[in-house]
Design a binder for this molecule. Sequence first.
Ligand code: BGC
Length: 888
Amino acid sequence: MPGTVVDSLQCEYQTNPLAIHSPRPRLSWISRTDQKNWKQSSYQILVAKSADALSKNSGDLWDSGKIASSQSTQIEYGGSSLASQQAAYWKVRVWADGAAGPVESGVAFWESGLLDRGDWKGQWIGSSVVGGPRTSAASPFLRKAFTLPDRRVRKARLYATALGIYEAYINGQRVGNDVFRPGWTEYRKRVQYNAYDVTTMLAGGANVIGAILGDGWFCGRVQGMDRQHYGDRPRLQAQLVIEFEDGSTQVLSTDPSWRTSTGPILISDMMTGEHYDSRLELPGWNQNDYNDSEWLPVKTFADPGIAIVPSLSPPVRVTKQIAPITPPKKAFTPGWGYSGYIADLGQNMVGYVRITVKAKPGTTVRIRHGEMLEPNGHLYTANLRSAECIDFYTCHSSEAETWEPRFTFHGFRYVEVAAHGECELINVTGVVIHSDTPETGSFECSDPMINQLQHNIQWGQRGNFLEVPTDCPQRDERLGWTGDAQVFIRTAAFNMQVAGFFNKWQQDITDSQTERGSIPMVIPNAGCGPDGGAAWADAAVICPWTVYLCYGDKQVLAEHYDSMAKFAGFLQVSSRDGLRGMKDLKANPGFGDWLALDGSGKTEGGTPKDLISTAFFAYTTRLMSTIATVLGKSDDAAKYAQVADTAKAAFQKRFVTPAGIVAAQTQTSYVLSLHFDLLPDAVRPEAAKMLVNDIKSRGNHLSTGFVGTPYLCHVLTRFGYLDVAYDLLHQKTWPSWMYSVTQGATTIWERWNGWTKETGFADVGMNSYNHYAYGAIGDWLYRTVAGLDSDPAVPGYQRLIIHPRPGGGLTHAKASLQTPYGLAASKWAIEGDKLTLDVTIPPNAFATVHLPTKDGKVHSDGLPAKSTADGTAEFEVGSGVYRFTATA
Ligand code: BGC
């Protein structure tokens, strides 16, 4: 097959992972070729104990044999189970329809980690220094000097975890480039560990391993609460495993012989900020000629008895650095009052700033963070609530000093720098961090304002996908709010590769689920409430279903099926005669249509909570029925279908008149009943008309909140009101997506009216300027405006549906997506009366293309049009690049 390459070999969504626990990890690859209609006909996977054996084509661990199949993602390894720390090298051969001999990939590998609890030889260690619920303690530095024989190191791995967060060092060098490790999990049940290849960091003779511990989510402030939510102080467990060229091994673990000291990090808390006194630095602390005789022995801690698992999600990393659009100020008036200097980074971002300053030793520099400015030009921080978000740095020399915090993050666009003495500010850089989920999607069209909206959605995702999908990154909240994640996940899966991120969070959901089966409001359950209620708790089913749709990942459904079924059981016992959300039943009636501006004057909007609850009851149990079918559980499928039918009948009886009027007549009540197919067929067109009438009566404004907004444009499109959907998209006065864009927003606001000329800043009790929920419109931009979608029956974009719907005066739009099969794209442009559609379908995938046509006259490189019903011409295509034209 000339020109065909097989690459991007991945194991469990990772490239050459070092800690896999599954005995049947899933393998994937991508075939790349320019050939049209390229389809994999067979594959053969070879897995060997060594790269050498694999090069001799031995599959001494597993030879799948030649399997006639087009599957190229998520293929379970079928060989014998690996031992702890064993490596498996693999490659794949791929045959295509109608082509001679196979194409062979390069070599990839995975390693198993420390599979059993007993493989961890060391102890949990930390410092005797401990803070209180309101008092922080300085970050402990830990170190251990050790000697290695003068033999060549063949392979060395560091396995490390912390309750809290850690940074590890070997011989003065930082291990890895990730931050906030090992992340946030439901610590009462599970903590993650990380594995690093440290082979080249060690040498014969004297060596030193060290770590700095931060409070993180474990013992720092979570939400607006006191510190020590999970435990009183951070602790570390690490194991360095060294294998020498002669086959001998040496293991070094955390134990009482490690030594500890405090250093310059006096306070480091995600809400408070970091206080760093550089005069207390410990130069050379992580190198071998350092004298640690003043250091104290570490304190050891009992094993908490929780699972230690490898991390599944991409780590948090620094992904971008931003220079302010305001020039740095050379010097400013000393004092803690308003300093008069604020740097504008031009982008509401999440992370921290790196500063370079020059001042006398002992001068303290203060950095405050805010998303907006007050009308008088001062920093607006009222919306941070109890989160101070202030970093302090104290200088130690008269030279220029560069510093950035380690264990805190802030959500901000503006930073105010002040110093209590004379100080020269030489540089400020915004350092952007987030879970490093690879960017996969792009959307662009002829309207710059819509492009800005897409920019804002992407930045909202960057700022809020930090270990868990959070509601907001700045105020004292930053929690895995289930409802927010549920409404945004489909958009998120376009912008970035989020399968590993959400697989990890799904485990947090399962771990946080209550005995009764309810799903807490926030995951990990930081204590907001045991039952999220409608549209929030339902994330437990909607999120894994979306991961299945977008990545073809059946395992997330299978692994968490029991948890989902338990939740569905809870829904049944907390509902009556198909109705959920009734006041007298022991369940959270929900948050309603959160933040809807529908004239009700209520934060939860005017759509009745029992209507929303019952609609989601029907939707979620319908999804459960489909999921059961996907997993081959036909009895369950029938059972859940019946529950869904009962809920639908109850919905109609209680909330719908024979004429199709839905209770409360809010936009959200129509949107939910139409999107979830809850209305009798006959009244749907009438109901859609009533929805449109309401939009028109408000001067083309939406009135939906968190719950109704994500589906609104989809419903309008489906029922023939594409023009109304575009009107809403273009609307520039609030409530609308474009209003915040007109106000210069660079992220999505929590509230439609977060700031208005008439009333200024909205209620400081809840007013975030980086809240992705309303960014869920991104899904409609990709799927409808550009027309790039996946067929749920052949998930993971193996069968694409290309169905662009030009409108709204746009002259062109395009979207691309790195699918599990490679790059897919849909791009249309209108010139005069000609519509051109360019489509890219990746190898081993296929698509149905719907080409809008006014008069049935189409050009399609000779491809036959299947039908021209509903004003589109339909084509079935295999992989390749295609151009279609039609009369616009
Ligand atoms: C959060 C939301 C969340 C909501 C629940 C808020 O404080 O920021 O985004 O979904 O509470 O009503």
